[in-house]
Design a protein around this ligand. Structure first.
Ligand code: NAP
Ligand code: 8YV
Length: 316
């Protein structure tokens, strides 16, 4: 393909170098963030843009897509695509693709890591050991994870990978989805009942309007002072203000959070708490997995421009 016949791709998110390299080698690329494109520059290239490369957090709304009359495809680097207005894309016949499955292991691993870290106070124990406090006496006792009761909200690809790991910890597993699944775990019709029945509540649903603030003050009250919340889904699925209030008041025991309402901002009140473990939206962040995600996000664009069906379209 000559450079003039190469499709034009607009990059709208911070993407890993591996993906940027693949895009630059194969397409004419413009990077909204790294190139610092002005409105005028964006308007000048808009008629040529045939693809948008985004990530799981990027906002690709109706009005934004409307600026690109030749847009054919939005390729998301990430499984979650709640920032993309999929109905608006469908109305115009624009394909939307994402990167499911290749990240299941890593996200499930981090959910388990957060559960262990917050219940066994791993981060505080590390500080205790490094700072010499051990010389004044032993570290306080912590909470056992093996054999505890686990509730998973969103028993999909990643939720099932979490359940598989939790089963190896002899955990008693229950879940809530909108629909019951053919799995050997206990189904709960609503989140409040699930929260009341477990020691650890793990959120792993998609984000967006359908799951906004699924975890509210009532759910946290039901989880109770011995219960832990783990969120590896999206910040939007938890009412962050209600969570901070519950953590401050000891209404729940603690939280392990990889995602936040207004990333990369974390409220100071949350960061000041001792009963939380916070990670910077890095659940899929291993070299192997991010490379696989990059290859899949690229392949979806490549096959589309070769006139073939995309590999991983978002579901109907
Ligand atoms: P998936 O296979 O589509 O599973 C999502 C599950 O959520 C489904 O089982 C679905 O079941 C359930 N669900 C959807 N809406 C619900 C609702 N309102 N109430 C209760 N359950 C609901 O997706 P996945 O591949 O496991 O990924 C899940 C999400 O994890 C992604 O969309 C993304 O937001 C997040 N994620 C985060 C990271 C990170 O870095 N922290 C990395 C990867 C993914 P029903 O349809 O039966 O309700
Ligand atoms: C990514 C994610 O870190 O897949 C998702 O939905 O949230 C994460 O895997 C993210 O999309 C890349 O920035």
């Amino acid at each position: 393909m000559t450079s003039s016949s190469r499709p034009t791709v607009l990059i709208v998110a911070r993407l890993p170098q591996a993906l940027l390299d693949l895009l630059q080698q194969n397409f004419t690329c413009h990077n909204l963030i790294l190139d610092g494109l002005s409105e005028q520059q964006l308007a000048a290239i808009a008629p040529q843009v045939r693809a948008i490369a985004a990530n799981g957090e990027a906002k690709v709304g109706r009005e934004f897509m409307a600026r690109f009359p030749a847009l054919e495809i939005v390729s998301v680097f990430g499984v979650g695509y709640d920032g993309v207005d999929v109905p608006a894309a469908r109305e115009r016949g624009i394909q939307v693709t994402h990167t499911p499955d290749v990240l299941n292991d890593d996200v499930a691993d981090l959910a388990i890591a957060l559960m262990l870290a917050v219940a066994r106070k791993v981060v505080r124990a590390d500080h205790f050991a490094r700072s010499g406090q051990w010389q004044n006496g032993p570290f306080p006792l912590t909470t056992k994870v093996s054999g505890a009761r686990l509730g998973i909200v969103g028993l999909g690809r990643i939720g099932q990978a979490i359940a598989k790991r939790a089963a190896a910890f002899d955990m008693q597993i229950a879940y809530h989805n909108r629909s019951r699944k053919d799995v050997p775990y206990t189904y709960m019709e609503d989140i409040v009942s699930l929260a009341a029945a477990v020691d650890f509540l793990v959120m792993i649903t998609p984000g967006g309007a359908g799951t906004r603030a699924l975890v509210n003050a009532e759910v946290l009250e039901a989880l109770g002072p011995q219960g832990y919340l783990i969120n590896v889904a999206r910040g939007s699925v938890v009412d962050e203000t209600a969570l901070i209030t519950a953590l401050q008041a000891g209404k729940i025991a603690g939280a392990g959070l990889d995602v936040f309402a207004n990333e990369p901002h974390i409220p100071a009140e949350l960061a000041a708490l001792e009963n939380v473990v916070l990670t910077p939206h890095m659940a899929s962040g291993t070299l192997l997995t991010r490379t696989a995600m990059a290859e899949l996000a690229f392949t979806n664009l490549q096959v589309h421009f070769d006139g073939k069906p995309v590999v991983t379209p978002v579901p109907e």
